[in-house]
Design a protein around this ligand. Structure first.
Ligand code: DGY
Length: 330
């Protein structure tokens, strides 16, 4: 019998990361990437001391009560709305996430989605592929400008700041932002960004980018009333989380031309997508891939593995979310 700690890797990840974890732990790994129900996840986690999650697995009170040996859940994602952190702290289970390593990659993608939406790239590509392009037209797929326009960012953490820097320095955009708290003057100056209230941002921005974390407080940050404040020529980009936008209200606004377009990487109830969004051409849809470059996904897997090794072997995780869980001792 091994006295190594036992861990579960809940989804397929890089084989090198699995091999590294196997040096320290008895590992059960879902390398076939089967979809597990919550009950199957709980049953796999019984007797395990740690789990590597990828952001979709729900770690809640019921699961924690059924898995009393659990000590750490390491998310391979910066967002951690799949964790009930209060319950984890009560059960003495540490949560960790994967910040920083994905900041620039995700900011690149946010900006790419903004550009694709404003310049109607996927819509025009579908038209071309369908053989509909027969002649030049003076307003054919005319979109909106990015350079010199006003960029409004809601959620000005590290990724939001990355998008602001791209807009301000690369595209000469005026950058306004709204956040729970105002940034230090040094960071505002670096990003050339001015703090405004949410209503002002929605009224003045040509492109609104959402990069805030999901929580019950941020649920439907953008609903029908917020969309009504935006310019008819504006675009809305969501790379944050499904549920931050009321997708049904957004589909209605897009259908009626109340805003010009949207770029969405995340959806309420994903991987399902609201059928009204699927039917519209003025929306660019991508399957939650903002952090998906191989170097970044490797770095995210490595950080999650480092957190498991650091904590279960040396009692020191790199990016703890609820250090109080450890202080409470179990
Ligand atoms: C994150 O890290 O939270 C991303 O959404 C996952 O790609």
């Amino acid at each position: 019998m091994s006295n190594k700690p036992e861990i579960l890797i809940a989804r397929a990840i890089f084989p090198e990361a699995v091999a590294r974890l196997e040096e320290h732990f008895v590992v059960e790994s879902n390398q076939s990437d089967e979809s597990w129900t919550q009950a199957q996840l709980v049953s796999k986690l019984r007797g395990k001391h740690g789990v590597l999650t990828t952001g979709g697995e729900r770690i809640d009170e019921a699961l924690l009560s059924a898995c009393p040996d659990m000590k750490i859940c390491a998310n391979m994602a910066v967002g951690y709305n799949n964790f009930d952190l209060d319950a984890m702290t009560r059960h003495g289970v540490l949560g960790t996430n994967a910040p920083d390593v994905l900041t620039e990659t995700t900011a690149d993608f946010g900006f790419a989605l903004l550009m694709a939406t404003a310049r109607r790239m996927t819509e025009s590509e579908h038209y071309l592929r369908a053989g509909q392009w027969t002649r030049w037209g003076f307003d054919m797929f005319a979109g909106s400008d990015i350079h010199g326009s006003t960029l409004g960012i809601i959620g000005m953490g590290r990724i939001g700041q990355g998008i602001a820097r791209r807009g301000a320095h690369g595209f000469d955009m005026r950058v306004i932002y709204h956040n729970r708290s105002r940034l230090e003057p040094r960071i505002e100056a670096e990003c050339k960004a001015s703090f405004v209230d949410k209503q002002t941002l929605l009224k003045e921005a040509d492109h609104v980018v959402l990069v805030l974390p999901y929580s019950p407080a941020s649920h439907h940050t953008i609903g029908a009333a917020d969309l009504a404040l935006m310019k008819r020529t504006a675009t809305l980009i969501n790379i944050a989380r499904g549920g931050i936008v009321d997708d049904a209200a957004l589909a209605a606004a897009l259908k009626e031309g109340r805003i010009a377009g949207a770029g969405l990487d995340v959806f309420e109830g994903e991987p399902k997508v609201h059928p009204d969004l699927l039917a519209l051409s003025n929306v660019v849809l991508t399957p939650h891939i903002a952090s998906a470059t191989l170097p970044t996904r490797r770095a995210m897997a490595d950080l999650a593995a480092d957190n498991l090794i650091g904590f279960l072997i040396r009692r020191a995780a790199l990016t703890p979310l609820n250090p109080a869980a450890v202080a409470s001792g179990r």
